[in-house]
Ligand binder design. Structure first.
Ligand SMILES: Nc1nc2c(c(=O)[nH]1)N[C@H]1C(S)=C(S)[C@@H](COP(=O)(O)O)O[C@H]1N2
Ligand SMILES: [Mo]
Length: 240
């Protein structure tokens, strides 16, 4: 494992393929090293979606981050439409499915074996508050690359354990600072903030950032139900 140490944001597609030896999947495999993924590299018959591939190999520009001293832990208010669902983290599975060649079904141990990314960003709720928070977790783009999205994927649909649901455009999903977070301010993510896994991204408003995510489905068309708050009139894109 850990065959290469070059930050993926500095890798061009050519270099990426060179160092990985096999393919993009080879890189991802070498960086996680879990036996779970060991058969993925041998199954590369279908090419990646060209748009998705471009986004994976040429990451969008990162949003500037804050420093540790900017974090004010008490400013992040808990905002849940119907309380905190009870989740047994030991039994928890994250599903990645839809238009993918390799659907994933992962435990928290599988997820925590993937590279940890940490960022300090501002969370903005449209109800009139904001907070600077440090989130730690996995980049959604690395997870999605493992699932091998098919040609035609344009959106991701997120289901949560409390019945919340959301959909995002694929560019925002594959942004290098869009994480599935399992840490807040350097500590394990508290239940009320979405443990074991929540979305965290500096490019979307608070209501786009689903807590208690259980399923990520890659799709080519948006369903009628686009998001919990969007279906009550909030704007769908929800960009910052
Ligand atoms: N599953 C789920 N995710 C959710 C919500 C929710 O009610 N359920 N509320 C959203 C809103 S409006 C905001 S501002 C943030 C709040 O995150 P926090 O409670 O960790 O501060 O979660 C978002 N994600
Ligand atoms: Mo919010």
């Amino acid at each position: 494992m850990n065959l290469i140490r070059v930050p993926s944001s500095q890798l061009t597609r050519r270099k990426f393929l060179q160092v990985s030896g096999i393919s993009s999947m080879g890189y991802l495999l070498s960086s996680c090293g879990t036996p779970l993924f060991s058969d993925v590299a041998s199954n590369l018959s279908e090419p990646l979606n060209e748009k998705v591939e471009t986004l994976i190999f040429n990451p969008q520009k990162p949003v500037p981050e804050f420093s540790k001293s900017d974090i004010k832990p008490e400013e992040l208010l808990v905002n849940s439409f119907q309380g905190t669902p009870i989740i047994d983290q030991a039994k928890f599975r994250l599903i990645v499915d839809g238009d993918v060649n390799k659907p994933l079904n992962l435990s928290m141990a599988d997820i925590q074996a993937l590279p940890l990314t940490s960022m300090i960003i501002r969370h903005v709720c449209v109800e009139g508050w904001a907070a600077i928070v440090q989130w730690g977790g996995i980049r959604l783009r690395e997870l999605i690359a493992l699932a091998q999205p098919k040609t035609n994927v344009k959106f991701a649909y997120f289901k949560s354990a409390d019945g919340y649901y959301e959909s995002w455009d694929i560019d925002s999903v594959l942004h290098p600072q869009t994480l599935l977070a399992y840490q807040k301010n350097g500590e394990p993510l508290p239940s009320e903030n979405g443990a074991p896994l929540r979305l965290a991204s500096p490019i979307k408003l608070g209501y786009k950032q689903s807590k208690w995510v259980t399923k990520v489905t890659l799709i080519s068309d948006l369903p009628a139900m686009k998001g919990f708050w969007e279906d009550q009139g909030y704007e769908w894109y929800g960009g910052l």
